[in-house]
Design a protein around this ligand. Structure first.
Ligand SMILES: Cc1cc2nc3c(=O)[nH]c(=O)nc-3n(C[C@H](O)[C@H](O)[C@H](O)COP(=O)(O)OP(=O)(O)OC[C@H]3O[C@@H](n4cnc5c(N)ncnc54)[C@H](O)[C@@H]3O)c2cc1C
Length: 249
């Protein structure tokens, strides 16, 4: 087995290492002390293509593989835990579910700006009563005409205050055994009824935005449903385990 990095992986590691040392590291202490999310650092990371490393070029990505992305997370996290967390959440949680499970239209509309680094994505699974027990999701999405009406509350959502989209998990019905069906729906953060606040006074990774989201009669088109509505639970478990790039199916 060859454990050497490829030429491309080596180049990415060197490039991210230099950026991390020159741009991220000098601001790491301030970001943490002041609990200040470094928006302009993320703008620069977007321009360098870091937010799109594992996604194909046709969706604005850099066409890299899992290891290249991991090397970038490692180099960024080495100098600033906050930036590393927000970076990994933006790519792995905010963007990759759309890449893995989205329709062609969803990829063009929602994944492309994230992969291009023009916007940040987030992933809203956790709720006040559903943390480790994600099956306890209480947020609901009820069909009305061509839309879903979403109501509920999400907690500890990384990047949400600065994100363009949040992938929200919600109960959409019951299966034949009477168990809740949990689906994932892409919600633009500027949709009416969304209230996003970041009031957590954390003990660490304070430069990473962690937000609370209240959804009150949030209306999104049914076409924003992500992947198989029956398999939302498996999809987000797969997302949390880590998606392998490029996709194998
Ligand atoms: C900085 C930060 C960023 C985050 N970002 C996101 C995000 O972007 N999106 C998102 O959806 N969530 C996010 N989370 C939420 C995170 O996923 C949850 O905190 C996590 O799932 C744990 O849930 P909880 O906090 O409700 O703890 P709980 O589930 O209440 O667990 C509390 C304690 O009880 C233990 N415990 C729980 N169940 C059992 C059991 N059955 N048996 C034995 N012990 C048990 C746990 O191990 C833990 O020690 C973030 C959290 C933090 C702190």
């Amino acid at each position: 087995m060859n454990f050497e990095l490829s030429k491309e992986q080596h180049m990415i590691k060197k490039m991210v290492q230099a950026f991390a040392d020159e741009v991220i590291q000098p601001r790491a202490i301030e970001a943490d002390k002041e609990a200040k999310f470094p928006v302009d650092t993320f703008d620069q990371m977007g321009e360098l293509g870091l937010l799109g490393i594992p996604f194909p070029e046709e969706y604005g990505g850099s066409g890299g593989d899992t290891l290249s992305y991991v090397l970038a997370v490692e180099e960024i996290g080495r100098v600033c835990g906050s930036t590393g967390l927000s970076y990994a959440a933006a790519v792995s949680l905010g963007a990759s579910p759309i890449y893995a499970f989205g329709t062609e239209e969803q990829k063009e509309k929602f994944l492309t700006p994230l992969a291009q680094g023009k916007a940040l994505g987030s992933f809203g699974l956790t709720e006040p009563n559903a943390g480790s027990d994600a099956g306890g999701t209480q947020t609901t999405a009820v069909e009305e005409g061509n839309d879903y009406i979403i109501n509920g509350e999400k907690s500890f959502i990384t990047n949400a205050s600065f994100a363009k989209t949040v992938i929200v998990t919600a109960v959409t019905g019951k299966n034949e055994k009477g168990k809740n069906i949990i689906s994932a729906i892409i919600v633009p953060t500027d949709t009416e009824g969304m209230t996003i606040t970041s009031n957590y006074d954390k003990l660490g990774v304070r430069g990473s935005d962690t937000a609370e989201i209240v959804l009150e009669n949030v209306r999104v088109p049914k076409e924003n449903l992500l992947g198989d509505p029956q398999k939302g639970f498996h999809q987000f478990m797969h997302t949390l385990d880590g998606v392998e790039y490029p996709l194998q199916h």
